[in-house]
Design a protein around this ligand. Structure first.
Ligand code: ZN
Length: 226
């Protein structure tokens, strides 16, 4: 009975005098509000677009990303000396994947046969003017990642190396280049010396990833196991 009295108290002051019966004012108002909340049409125009000056990988006009059911992708590092670098890059993307409800995006694998992606350090195919490259084979219906090549020089500070790998792993997820300094996906290498703690995504990187993985009409990105 006590809780019932509380509810009546919310309906309005009880004067003790005879009042016009008005029993449905509050319920109707609650119902209308509830209908309004649940029946707001979701218009595609309400989904925020990707950030300005941020490319998204496409084939035949469709955006590309890894099918969510295929995540996390397993990365074979090829050389345990670089495990800290690889772990930092993986952790950077995974934190955002978890924040966005996508779950883990990457995991490190010690088994090349069970991996989706292999990293090649000191790859002679890497152009001399590049510190890293992600190799692709594009088709009309999707894109296959053939691997990532990285300059493995230990003269490069560990944080910069992790930053470079994190950038390349952003491409593997389907993100293109950014043209705004400060983004992980900015197309030019960071010139400052970085330590591992300074490797992080910008808000724009995260918004671009969120937008990309909201797209249901996409061309898949395949790895070695697909
Ligand atoms: Zn790039």
């Amino acid at each position: 009975m006590k809780s019932l009295c509380l509810i009546l108290g919310l309906l309005g002051p009880l004067s003790g005098q005879a009042r016009e019966p008005h029993p449905s004012v509050l319920p109707i108002s609650v119902l209308e509000h509830s209908n309004w909340v649940f029946e707001v049409p979701v218009s595609p125009s309400l989904v925020p677009p990707p950030p300005d000056q941020f490319d998204i990988l496409r084939v035949s006009g469709r955006v590309c990303h890894i099918a969510p059911a295929r995540l996390p992708w397993r990365i074979y590092t090829g050389n345990p000396d670089y495990n800290r670098t690889v772990d930092k890059a993986i952790e950077t993307w995974n934190q955002t994947g978890l924040d966005l409800g996508l779950g883990y995006l990457y995991a490190r694998s010690d088994d090349p046969g069970a991996s989706d992606l292999e990293i090649r350090w000191f790859d002679p195919q890497l152009p001399t003017d590049k510190v890293a490259a992600t190799w692709w084979r594009a088709r009309d219906d999707g894109r296959r990642v053939l691997g990532i090549s990285l300059d493995g020089s230990f003269a490069v500070p560990e944080g910069n190396r992790a930053q470079i790998l994190t950038h390349e792993l952003g491409h593997v997820l389907g993100l293109g280049e950014s043209y705004q300094p400060g983004d992980m996906m900015y197309f030019q290498m960071e010139h400052r010396r970085l330590n591992l703690d300074q490797v992080q995504l910008s808000l724009r990187d995260k918004l671009a990833l969120r937008w990309l993985y909201q797209q249901r009409d996409f061309a898949p990105i395949w790895g070695k196991r697909d």
